[in-house]
Write a protein that binds this ligand. Structure first.
Ligand SMILES: [Zn+2]
Length: 440
């Protein structure tokens, strides 16, 4: 019975995508509790009316289907979430959608084709959507143009997945964290060369322009070394100031925001001084970093889940980490949560991000409990994955809350996540742009 209902709902979803003009597709949601804008109080017994994928109104009480149909041939689909807690679709600002760490990862880098990566990413995208994440930002994808093809296929409705924003290749120095060819034989490494690897001002301008040409929505650079690159190169700054400035100016001139992977404090502060819009990880940030974050109106995307994941691998003598990775994981893993605590206490804006692809896709919501452990309230943690994350993307007028004129990106859980944030680890209802992908 339930399976039949899902199939019917999926068929209606497909119809919603292909429908043009004519009769309107109207969706009516009855929400037992509704957190329309995280940060403001939830309201009980609300109705959400969705027309052609966009929220048209939010009203108190449970409206009946006939009252929301404007024309007699309008089709009204009702979702009964009277026993549920309804909130905006979640946003993850840091994923790697075309890959997932596993013991065969290094071999797969030379075995998998770009189409293989796209197909793998399609599976991860579906898993991520089903976990309640209706928008994600990819910050460095394996597989050439696979991530752009996946983004566009999701936007067309050919593939089920979250709305995807993509950076393409990471901008990195030769041998740096985003290079990725460390430890391969030289001829293989040359074949693996990424368009994002650059040294010196002119080369780095070109690398940024190359990502924009390929279709990048934003630019990701690796300001410092990182845990999972196979080099014992510490965790500090890798780009020089002139290179950072060149990357920033080139990206901004082409209308792209820049985010910097950074662990070591010199690298964090150099990237902020050069004008980055956000910092990923931020493990060793200090008071000067906090001052620079606020001066630049920049965001921190903490990814505590990645720290916990690599920390656990490092403690496991049988895990697949290589010696340099293990040493760095032991240093970084346990420290990430303190960075969130310091940044939050210092008033830095925090956008929710997980580094999924390091951890498993679909486990994204585990980050919420970690943010709460770091001192955020459950409501602040939810806000970081909705309102704040949408502002960080510069898209808050389109999504990030449940309000008229915005996309109907709506999820539901069966308990109150503002008292127990782990409720978000088990999402029962997922709608993106008015299409229900998962129902209770
Ligand atoms: Zn990452």
């Amino acid at each position: 019975m339930r399976r039949f209902w899902r199939a019917a709902a999926a068929a209606m979803g497909a119809a919603a995508i292909s429908a043009t003009a004519a009769a309107e597709e109207i969706v009516l949601i009855h929400a037992g509790a509704l957190l329309a804008e995280p940060g403001r109080p939830a309201a009980s017994e609300q109705s959400i009316v969705v027309r052609n994928g966009v929220i048209s109104s939010v009203q108190a009480g449970y409206l009946d289907a006939a009252s929301v149909a404007a024309e007699t041939d309008d089709k009204v689909t009702v979702h009964d979430l009277r026993e549920h807690f309804v909130l905006p679709g979640l946003i993850d600002s840091h994923v790697h959608i075309t890959s997932e760490n596993n013991p065969k990862g290094r071999l797969q880098r030379v075995e998998m084709s770009d189409p293989d990566r796209a197909m793998l990413g399609a599976g991860f995208a579906r898993t991520t959507l089903m976990a309640g994440f209706t928008t994600v930002r990819d910050v460095g994808a394996s597989g050439g143009d696979a991530v752009f093809a996946l983004r566009d296929a999701i936007a067309r409705g050919d593939v089920d997945g979250p709305r995807l924003f993509a950076s393409g290749s990471t901008i990195s120095v030769t041998g740096g964290h985003g290079d990725g060819t460390q430890g391969y034989r030289d001829d293989v490494a040359r074949l693996m060369h990424s368009t994002g690897v650059c040294d010196g001002v002119g080369d780095c301008r070109q690398a940024v322009r190359e990502q924009v040409r390929r279709g990048a929505d934003h630019i990701k650079l690796t300001a410092t070394a990182g845990v999972l690159s196979n080099t014992a190169a510490g965790l500090e700054q890798q780009f020089f100031e002139d290179e950072l400035k060149a990357i920033m100016e080139t990206a901004h001139a082409m209308g792209r925001k820049v985010t910097a992977h950074a662990h070591g404090v010199q690298g964090i502060n150099a990237a902020l001084r050069a004008g980055v819009n956000s910092i990923e990880h931020g493990t060793f940030l200090d008071n000067e970093s906090i001052r620079l974050f606020k001066r630049n109106d920049a965001y921190l995307v903490p990814t505590v889940l990645a720290g916990v994941t690599v920390g656990a691998w490092a403690e496991d003598p049988d895990s697949f980490l290589l010696p340099p990775q293990r040493a760095k994981a032991l240093t970084v893993g346990p420290r990430m949560i303190d960075a969130v605590r310091r940044a939050h206490d210092g008033g830095v804006k925090i956008a929710f991000g997980t580094d999924s692809g390091v951890s498993r896709h679909g486990d994204n919501a585990r980050e919420f409990a970690l943010l709460v452990e770091a001192g955020m309230t459950p409501t602040e943690a939810i806000r970081s994955a909705t309102v704040v994350a949408a502002e960080h993307l510069g898209e808050y007028e389109k999504f990030g809350s449940i309000a008229p004129g915005k996309y109907a990106d709506i999820i539901a859980v069966d308990g109150d996540p503002t008292t127990d944030v782990t409720e978000l680890e088990d999402v029962d209802f997922v709608m993106k742009e008015g299409v229900a992908y998962k129902t209770p």
